[in-house]
Structures are given as structure tokens and as C-alpha cells.
Design a protein around this ligand. Structure first.
Ligand code: HEM
Length: 126
């Protein structure tokens, strides 16, 4: 059943699905493989899931569990393009619709879209 509330349990599932999709995608996977490797069960990936759970929990519920800087790791990555962000958003949209009601999935997507735009501006892509 699709969730109409965000909690750590459903976030954890959605995030793992999202990154499994990402690693199958030739446009996006080089960035992640370079930063975290291609073993989705590794320590590095487990840590990434945890960080992303905190991040989305904060964005979606307001719980102050994420205290890091979401932007700076992206500065270290190889050149990204508008298409890289578009593909990331497409996959994210697919992943949230697998776990959440359409209304909630849309809320996730809107937040990701706003942040994508900011990241692209900060990174001088648009
Ligand atoms: C072109 C699209 C994107 C690519 C290729 C990308 C890639 C990455 C990579 C490789 C990392 C891991 C860095 C590391 O740990 O060494 C990362 C971290 C992260 N990304 Fe992205 N990202 C993208 C878009 C986004 C967007 C749109 C968001 C937010 C909606 C986002 C949120 C985050 C967060 C929260 C982290 C963890 C930051 C921390 O360490 O606290 N990313 N990203």
C-alpha cells in the first residue's frame, strides 16, 4: 500500500530503491560510483543512505535530524549538466511514486525540483 505519511522506515525503502535505479542509469551512475563505489551494500553506501534518510526526514517532516551541508559534496564531483539533474529528477519521481500516495510523491518531487534549481545555480550550470 502507498504511504500517506513519511517515516524512517518507508524513507529507508524508497532511498534504497532510488539509488539502485541510479546505479543502473548510465547518465548518473558515474558520479556515484566515483564517490561511493558500485557496491550498494558497502559501508560507504550505508552511510549515504543514513544521511539521505535524515535529509529527507527533515525536508518532509521538519524534524531537525539533518545538520550537514547538502550542497558542498556536489562541488567535488565531475562536471554535471542540466541533463544530469533532469535525469536525477526523473528517477527520483519514479522512486517516490512507488512508495507514496500521488499527493505526497508530488510534495517530494517539488522539494527536489527546487533544490535541483538551486544546486544548478550554485554550480553555475544555469
Ligand atoms: C545531478 C544530480 C546529482 C548527482 C549526480 C548527485 C550526486 C551525489 C553524490 C555522488 C553524493 C555523495 C557525495 C559523497 O558522499 O562523497 C551526493 C550527496 C548528496 N546529495 Fe546529491 N546529487 C545530485 C543531485 C542532488 C539533489 C537534487 C539533491 C537534493 C534534492 C541531492 C542531495 C544530496 C545530499 C543531501 C547528499 C548528502 C550530503 C551530505 O554529505 O550531507 N543531490 N550527491
Amino acid at each position: 500500500m502507498l504511504a500517506s505519511e513519511v517515516n524512517r522506515e518507508n524513507l529507508s525503502k524508497m532511498i534504497r530503491t532510488f539509488y539502485a535505479m541510479i546505479l543502473k542509469d548510465k547518465t548518473i551512475n558515474p558520479y556515484f560510483i566515483m564517490a561511493l563505489g558500485n557496491d550498494l551494500e558497502s559501508q560507504a553506501w550505508q552511510k549515504h543512505y543514513q544521511i539521505l534518510e535524515d535529509f529527507w526526514l527533515m525536508l518532509m517532516t521538519g524534524e531537525k535530524v539533518y545538520t550537514r551541508d547538502a550542497y558542498s559534496p556536489h562541488e567535488e564531483l565531475p562536471q554535471m549538466y542540466q541533463e544530469t539533474f533532469e535525469r536525477w529528477l526523473e528517477l527520483f519521481n519514479e522512486a517516490v511514486h512507488l512508495y507514496y500516495t500521488p499527493k505526497l510523491a508530488k510534495k517530494f518531487y517539488k522539494r527536489a525540483e527546487v533544490l535541483s534549481k538551486k544546486f544548478m545555480q550554485w554550480l553555475d550550470i544555469v
